[in-house]
Design a protein around this ligand. Sequence first.
Ligand code: HEM
Length: 452
Amino acid sequence: MPCPHSRSTDDEDHGIERREFMKTALAIGGTSAMFAAKARGEPVLQGSTEGLPARQYAWNDFMPKNGLTGLAKTPAHHLQLLVDYTGDGTPTEADREQVEAALQTLEDAYEWDNEGLMFTIGYSLSYFDRFDEDLPESAGMRPPEDIIDETDIASSGKIEADHADAHLHLASKHAHVLLEAEEALFGAVDEVNGVDVETDLSGVFEKTDRRTGFIGNPKERWDEDLQGKNPIEEGASVFFGFKSLFTDSQPSEDDVAIQEGPFADGTTEQVSLLLDNNLKQWYGKHDIEERIERMYSPSHTLDETGEFGRKLAERDGTSAPSDEKSMGDAAAETAEDAEDKGVVGHAQKLARARVDDPDWEDGRPLILRRDFPSTDGGRAHTQFISNQRRIDDFISVRKAMAFVDWDADDPDPAESEVQLKDHGIQGHFKVQSRATFLVPPRDLRALPPASP
Ligand code: HEM
């Protein structure tokens, strides 16, 4: 709720209450929440199945752009549904037709963009296991256990490998659209945004988990959704404070598309749940300069980045914190910084995983991040979704995050000169679960065979 001492206008109060209501309705889900949100929701244009991109994840052209960087801005509301195939054996043609018809209903009901609805469906190796044929190498898939084994050994605690058969990621500016779409897929509604629901996913898929997220002011979110003293600083744009996604740190959608084989124009997807469990220590133990060192690099200064990293966005992304030094230079100094300063930055470490590419002056990043914050279950966390050409690319990026000697054959956390609390943001969150999916091209999205 708005602070009683604040000088907000009635309109602003109304706006905040409405936003809070919508976000809460999405987190709760179900038919009643859907009807309540629909009654307060704005009208949304219908769409069409015609002319949609072959790549399900081709969202950038349909999102608004950041005025400074020109980068696509991710929709405000997100819903993830983890589902299992209910049939015995391999899917039938009738199952496929049912899934395709249910998904096309959503495309008819909402325009494909930030104002309407965008979604992807991806399939796990547990799903593909039911076929006699193997997935082709070109699909780039690996099980979540491989990521856990190769990259998470530095962090303590148990990490779950999720084995849901499929994963739907739905995104929209409007929470009520996501609730209505979910009810059209799994509920008992006859109509969605003026389009008849003739078929849905019931009987083919059952929901095993639902996760939601909302991009908004993280300080307000803490007050609204979480318990305990609010550690987040006024002006922060994510729970960890610093603005993410600068111009040259995200690959294009082309860069992460599968290039060949039957799943060409698809992509792989890594879906994890990161508990931001140590934010109090992040803010309480490190002053702003120390946070900048840990988020960017020890050679970045407050003057260059600005308090929440916003000045970097004005300066062509992560390229040049100063005229002399780029993020590429900072990346090359990671081991030296570890030894001399005992601290390394998150972005600096991760930029080591870029690869040479003539089109990218400072190297091409490998993973397209589509993460968002969440307070599901009353806990601050990051729902981390990324697309990459192959899961190996994610593993290489994640290794760069976990280890100072990341490109060694057998990187060793014990070798590190850096304590976990000074290792970027590593010591301040915990990975709870991981899953991997293959997001096929649109024409294979309905229960694809392993070898189409
Ligand atoms: C827990 C939440 C996280 C926060 C708050 C966070 C924040 C940031 C920030 C502020 C940057 C620098 C600005 C930018 O380039 O976008 C960055 C860069 C990056 N982060 Fe994270 N990050 C988080 C988790 C992760 C995870 C789990 C990964 C995946 C392994 C990751 C991968 C990257 C990559 C690849 C870059 C760009 C590196 C480059 O410039 O090439 N981040 N992150």
